[in-house]
Ligand binder design. Structure first.
Ligand code: TYD
Ligand code: MG
Length: 498
């Protein structure tokens, strides 16, 4: 008779061992192994061994078919009620898909999904499963959001699909029998599955997957085994009855999605909702998407009564109207979305043995590299200066196309110069001081022109002179960083060497 076996499961990566270790040998996390007792009997069906298979009759029915003969169903996407969310999803929710939404606590995941569920409920059946909050709490929030929507409606004269949907919802609040949004406050997986089967909704929101628990497992809610089991059970039912599932997932202290990596493999899309605690805007990104591109960006703003879409985010990341010394404007691209962003640099004489270099919104290594290039190729003695760099609006700019902007901001601060107003800088710096071409230059120039910029410094050989002329944009092409800075600043920053 088989004995119950004890295994140790890592709570951060899901790896299993038969022995306890203080540190997971697979992902290196400390103190993450938790004991788990597996049931004695192994009910899994064993696969026939190869010898058996070859002995079987040769005329077994074939299960595979040529890929060209596989029938296609047109992909019918459901609009989420928010253009920004649809964009990140790749054009809307796909029936039968699983979407995991991760984010820090209090960032607005529940708010986003409740607003979206309400908007979708006007067109299809939606079930909102609240495992974290009571029905009363969700109802209170829902009412607040509906009130906020009616205010927005009054202000803006009825713009956008979502506020209208919410106003209709408020009207329905008086006649609740017609409401399309069903609410279930439950943490037991079995009851949630039963409700999903009974209702067969087109969309279901599970808030959150970590709060659900499967009574058959002994481990605590939120543990790896629970999260994996709950997600797998939900995935099976979603695929079977074509329900689009939106799962909320927690983020650990380190910023990883809590629960095992297997959860990310199980779902079709992983979205992260991030933002600054101190700023009101929130960024929605796709980390993985089986039905669309990743690195798309959706921008929302947290208002007093719910989240509002920001359709013109560049204005959010542009600083003051008045140009000042040490600021430069770049055009960053997030997916297919160009964003005009202001950078600020502060360069001052250091009083430390090794100068301080601090960057917010840009990698410090990138800043070090750009400072080294400026020192070497422009002869600026920057190693005797502290350098601070900040991206306006709390945005993270990862792409190298921001390099030229960083260099210009640093040099402008060092020389106490102000860049001529209406200038954007786009280009990657090579270690040899050359300016490298960047992708999607056309989109970037169009966005800059749309926001009223009149000069753009870009790498040589863009071939976009005609486009720029059409956009009323003065295109300054440069082959190297020195040439680009002379073009941008109008003076040679290397002239009077300190
Ligand atoms: P919530 O959606 O509960 O976050 P999460 O589910 O990601 O933990 O959002 C909570 C925060 O949002 C809370 O700190 C208050 C703020 N908030 C507003 O500012 N306005 C609103 O209308 C709502 C509903 C929330
Ligand atoms: Mg929540």
């Amino acid at each position: 008779m088989a004995r119950p076996t004890t295994t140790y499961v890592c709570q951060s990566c899901g790896a299993q061992t038969r022995q306890f270790f203080g540190r997971c040998s697979s992902c290196g996390a400390w103190n993450s192994l938790v004991e788990q007792t597996a049931p004695a009997s192994d009910t899994r069906r064993r696969r026939p061994v190869a010898a058996d298979a070859s002995a079987a009759s040769p005329r077994q029915p074939r299960r595979s078919e040529p890929i060209a003969a596989v029938g296609e169903r047109p992909l019918q996407r459901l609009g989420s009620g928010y253009g920004e969310l649809d964009r990140v999803l790749g054009g809307g929710l796909v029936p039968g898909s699983l979407v995991l939404l991760g984010g820090d606590p209090g960032i607005g995941k529940s708010t986003l999904l409740l607003q979206s569920a309400e908007a979708m409920a006007t067109r299809c059946s939606v079930l909102y499963v609240s495992a974290e909050e009571s029905a009363q709490q969700v109802k209170l929030r829902w009412r607040r959001l509906a009130e906020g929507a009616s205010e927005v409606e009054g202000e803006m004269g009825g713009e956008g699909p979502a506020p209208r949907a919410l106003v209709r919802a408020q009207a329905r609040a008086e006649a609740p029998e017609s409401a399309g949004l069903q609410l279930l406050a439950e943490t037991d997986l079995e009851l949630v599955l039963q409700e999903l089967e009974a209702l067969r909704p087109a969309v279901a929101v599970i808030d959150s997957i970590q709060a659900l628990h499967d009574g058959e497992l002994s481990s605590a809610p939120g543990s790896v085994a629970q999260v994996r089991e709950c997600a797998a059970a939900l995935a099976r039912i979603a695929k079977r009855q074509d329900t689009a599932l939106l799962l909320v997932g927690h983020v650990t202290k380190e910023g990883m999605l809590a629960g095992p990596k297997v959860l990310e493999h199980l779902v079709d899309a992983v979205l992260t909702f991030e933002g600054d605690r101190f700023a009101s805007h929130r960024l929605l990104r796709a980390v993985k998407n089986r039905f669309g591109a990743t690195h798309e960006l959706g921008v929302f703003e947290m208002r007093g009564r719910g989240l509002a879409e920001v359709s013109n985010p560049s204005e959010l990341f542009l600083g003051s109207e008045e140009p000042s010394a040490g600021t430069a404007t770049i055009v960053a691209c997030e997916g297919t979305r160009p964003l005009v962003v202001e950078l600020q640099a502060l360069v001052s004489t250091t009083s430390y043995a090794s100068p301080r270099r601090t960057a917010t919104g840009i990698g410090t290594n990138r800043l070090h590299q750009i400072l080294a290039v400026l020192e070497k190729h422009l002869g600026l003695p920057l190693s005797r200066f502290d350098c601070y760099l900040a991206v306006a609006g709390g945005l993270e700019v990862e792409e190298p196309a921001a390099d030229l902007g960083v260099a210009a901001a640093v040099v402008a601060s060092y020389r106490d110069l102000t860049l001529p107003p209406g200038t954007v800088l786009i280009g990657e710096l090579g270690l040899g001081g050359q300016l490298r071409p960047v992708g999607q230059l056309e989109l970037r120039l169009q966005e800059a022109s749309r926001l009223g910029f009149t000069r753009a410094v870009v790498p040589k050989g863009s071939g976009l002179a005609r486009l720029a002329a059409g956009l009323d944009l003065q295109l300054l092409e440069a082959g190297g960083v020195a040439e680009a800075l002379v073009a941008a600043l109008g003076v040679n920053p290397a002239d009077d060497r300190a």
